[in-house]
Design a protein around this ligand. Structure first.
Ligand code: GDP
Length: 194
């Protein structure tokens, strides 16, 4: 797949605006500031496909990108405490609305910061994916920030923190070093063949 040919398609602020899905979809989810934009840019070898911000809590939108036969869906980052209630409400409307639609969703890449324990919302999200039988993998972001001891420890603990942790596909990922990119590409290639 020609990842760097990825094109931004559209942003939606309300889930009812999203057109019916006519392609395979792969979605990215994670808390605000987890490194989702950085991961997307790394996966597609692009500097600015997704915006990277030092300030968390951007306006919640669902962004669609297209490459060949797949649509990639960038879900709004959740859990940023300092946003207004109305914005939080909009976030949950968007994300719940997206998942409630009848879509060709083949995989969710659930991003969790490797440096910290999974948050309550991360656990809730994984729980939701399991309950709704939505296939997903976990990308542990910012892996470059951990030393060897911390890394081993986090890889062990995350399986205790997340529901069904021992059965999950968990991939350390870094937008800095490119760790995990080949594994993610391999998973995408497999889905693209379907
Ligand atoms: P988003 O809100 O989830 O889209 O997060 P961003 O991609 O905007 O990243 C939030 C912050 O974390 C930025 O300052 C990034 O430079 C930093 N960051 C993201 N990914 C990595 C990574 O893999 N390694 C390191 N060291 N920093 C990262």
């Amino acid at each position: 797949m020609n990842y760097n040919r990825a094109q931004f398609l559209c942003s939606y602020g309300i889930s009812s605006q999203i057109p019916p899905s006519d392609r395979i979809e792969i979605a990215f989810a994670g808390r605000s500031n987890v490194g989702k934009s950085t991961a997307i840019n790394k996966i597609f070898s692009r500097k600015n496909l997704a915006r990277v911000s030092a300030v968390p809590g951007k306006t919640a939108t669902i962004n669609f990108y297209g490459v060949e036969n797949i649509h990639f869906v960038d879900l709004p980052g959740y859990g940023y405490a300092k946003v207004a209630k109305t914005e939080k409400h909009r976030w949950s409307e968007l994300i719940e609305g997206y998942f409630a639609q009848d879509r060709n969703l083949y995989l969710v890449m659930q991003l969790v910061d490797m440096r910290h324990p999974a948050t309550a919302l991360d656990v809730q999200m994984v729980d939701f994916l399991i309950t709704n039988e939505i296939p997903f993998i976990v990308l542990l972001t910012k892996s470059d920030k951990l030393n060897k001891t911390q890394r081993t420890e986090r890889l062990r603990l995350i399986r205790e923190e997340l529901p069904c942790g021992d059965q999950l596909t968990i991939i350390p990922f870094s937008g800095e070093t490119g760790e995990g990119v080949d594994e993610v590409h391999a998973i995408i290639e497999e889905i693209a063949l379907q």
